[in-house]
Design a protein around this ligand. Structure first.
Ligand code: GLU
Length: 443
C-alpha cells in the first residue's frame, strides 16, 4: 500500500508548535514509508481564512525542509462537497434542523440538569411537512445534521491509542452545514480524505470524537475509513499550551535564530519514549519513527530545552552546511574555532568581530600591562603559524615565571578584549601576526 497523508491546518492564523508537531509526524511517517505528504488548507471559513496565512504555512514548511508533495484548498472544492452532500441527502443520511442556538442550548442544559448526556434528541427528524413549511414561512433556513447509524458500534484500532469503541447512541448527530449553507469541518474533511485517497490520518486527540462520527461518514459515502493516529496534545512547560505559545508563530523561532532541524528534533520526539537527541539531519529520526512509541500523556514543550538542543546542534554543524549563512571571510578553520562558543548560529558575527576587530581594549593593571608589552616582543621574535599560542605561552612562562590564569588571562584580554571565548590555540592564528602585535602593544 502506498501511504498518503495530509496535514490539514486552517489558514486562519500562523502555525504554532502544536500544529507543527502534527505536521512533523505526518511527514515523518510518510517519509519513513516512501509515501505522499499533502497539504490540505481547511479554508471553508472564508471569513477567517487568509491567503497570507496560507503563504505563511507554506513558507514554514519549506523552511523546515518539509515541502508537501502537493496542495489542495477546500475553498476550491465546494462543488464536490455539494455533490456528495446530495448523495447523503438522497440516502436519508443528512437531515434539516430548524432549532436556534438558544433552543439547543436550553435543551442541553435541561439534559445536563437531569444528569443525562447532552445528546441531540433528533427532534428535527419528527417535524411534519406543515411544521417545516411554517419555519420556512418565518424565514428560517435549516442547518443540517449527519444521521449516525445507531445500530452499528463504532470501532477502530488507533495507531497511538489502541482499540477504540464508541456507542453512536451516546453521540449527537453532528451538524455539518450551517443555516447559510456554509460547511463545518466534519463532512468536507471526510469527502477530501476519500477523494485524495488518504491512507493515514494523523492528528491531535481533540479530534477523537469527531473521528467516531466521521467513520460513519466514510461508510455512508461508500468508502473504507483510513487508519487513524490521534496523538496526545502538546502543552507548555507550565502545564498547558499558554496563550503566548499557542499564538507564537513558527517564524518567531526562525527569527530567534533557532535552526529548523532543532524544532524538528524536539517536536518529533517529545511525548514519545524515544529520547530527544541532537541531530543535524532528520534521517535518524525518520528511521526510528514509530507511533507505538507515542505516550498517552501530553507532550511537554519547553523553550529552554529547545534553546539547549539548538546549541548542541549548532556545535555539530559542518562548515558546508552553514557556509551560506556565515559572514564574509569565515573559512573552515575559523568556523571550527568559533563554533563551540555559539548558542545560536547568528552569534557567529559577534565572535568573528573579535578576530577581525576593532576590539574594545581591555582594562589591565600595571603589572599585566608590562607583561603584555613583553608578550608583544616575544611574539615578534617567533615564527607565526599553527602552534603559535603554545609557543608564545611556553616562552612567556619561562621568561616571566607566570603560569595558569596569571599567564593566560592578560593575554586573552589584550588579544580579544574579553575574559572568555574561543580556544586561543585556534583563535590566535586567525587574528594574525600584525593584528595580534598591534593589540598587545596598544595596552
Ligand atoms: N483543520 C483541522 C484542524 O486543524 C484538521 C483536522 C484533521 O486533521 O482532520 O484541526
Amino acid at each position: 500500500m502506498t501511504i498518503i497523508t495530509r496535514f490539514a491546518p486552517s489558514p486562519t492564523g500562523q502555525l504554532h508548535v502544536g500544529n507543527l508537531r502534527t505536521a512533523i509526524h505526518n511527514w515523518m511517517w510518510t517519509r519513513r514509508n516512501g509515501g505522499t505528504f499533502l497539504l490540505r488548507l481547511d479554508d471553508t471559513d472564508t471569513q477567517r481564512s487568509r491567503e497570507e496565512y496560507a503563504q505563511g504555512i507554506r513558507d514554514d514548511l519549506d523552511w523546515l525542509g518539509m515541502t508537501p508533495d502537493d496542495e489542495v484548498k477546500q475553498s476550491d472544492r465546494f462543488a464536490l462537497y455539494e455533490q456528495r452532500f446530495e448523495e447523503l441527502r438522497a440516502a436519508g443520511r443528512v437531515y434539516p434542523c430548524y432549532e436556534t442556538a438558544q433552543e439547543l442550548d436550553l435543551r442541553r442544559k435541561v439534559l445536563l440538569g437531569r444528569g443525562l448526556p447532552p445528546v441531540y434528541d433528533r427532534a428535527a427528524l419528527n417535524l411534519t411537512a406543515d411544521e417545516i413549511a411554517a419555519y420556512e414561512a418565518e424565514g428560517r433556513t435549516p442547518h443540517w445534521r449527519f444521521k449516525l447509524d445507531h445500530d452499528v458500534m463504532i470501532e477502530w484500532d488507533d495507531m497511538v491509542r489502541g482499540a477504540q469503541h464508541f456507542d453512536p447512541k451516546l453521540l449527537s448527530d453532528p451538524v455539518i452545514r450551517r443555516e447559510d449553507g456554509s460547511w463545518l469541518y466534519m463532512l468536507p474533511s471526510v469527502i477530501d480524505d476519500i477523494d485524495m485517497a488518504i491512507t493515514h490520518v494523523v492528528r491531535g486527540e481533540d479530534h477523537v470524537s469527531n473521528t467516531a462520527a466521521q467513520i460513519q461518514m466514510f461508510t455512508a459515502l461508500g468508502a473504507q475509513p483510513p487508519t487513524f493516529a490521534h496523538e496526545a496534545l502538546l502543552v507548555g512547560s507550565e502545564g498547558k499550551l499558554s496563550k503566548r505559545l499557542g499564538s507564537l508563530g513558527i517564524s518567531a523561532f526562525r527569527e530567534q535564530g533557532i535552526e529548523a532541524i532543532s524544532l524538528i528534533a524536539l517536536l518529533a520526539r517529545i511525548g514519545t519514549s524515544d529520547p530527544v537527541i541532537p541531530v543535524t539531519d532528520a534521517e535518524p529520526l525518520i528511521e526510528s519513527f514509530d507511533f507505538a512509541h507515542f505516550g498517552r500523556a501530553p507532550a511537554r514543550f519547553d523553550e529552554q530545552e529547545l534553546a539547549l538542543l539548538n546549541q548542541k546542534i549548532v556545535h555539530m554543524l559542518d562548515y558546508d552546511t552553514v557556509l551560506t549563512h556565515l559572514p564574509e571571510g569565515i573559512d573552515e578553520a575559523a568556523w571550527l574555532a568559533l563554533r563551540p562558543n555559539l548558542e545560536k548560529l547568528s552569534d557567529v558575527g559577534n565572535w568573528w568581530r573579535i578576530v577581525t576587530g576593532p576590539i574594545e581594549p581591555a582594562e589591565l593593571d600595571d603589572d599585566d600591562r608590562n607583561f603584555v608589552a613583553s608578550a608583544a616582543e616575544t611574539l615578534a621574535g617567533l615564527p607565526f603559524g599553527e602552534g603559535i599560542w603554545r609557543a608564545l605561552t611556553d616562552a612567556l612562562k619561562q621568561s616571566s615565571g607566570r603560569k595558569g590564569k596569571a599567564l593566560f588571562l592578560p593575554l586573552r584580554r589584550a588579544l580579544t578584549g574579553l575574559d572568555h571565548g574561543p580556544d586561543m590555540n585556534a583563535l590566535l592564528p586567525l587574528i594574525g601576526r600584525e593584528q595580534a602585535l598591534t593589540r598587545l602593544k596598544s595596552h
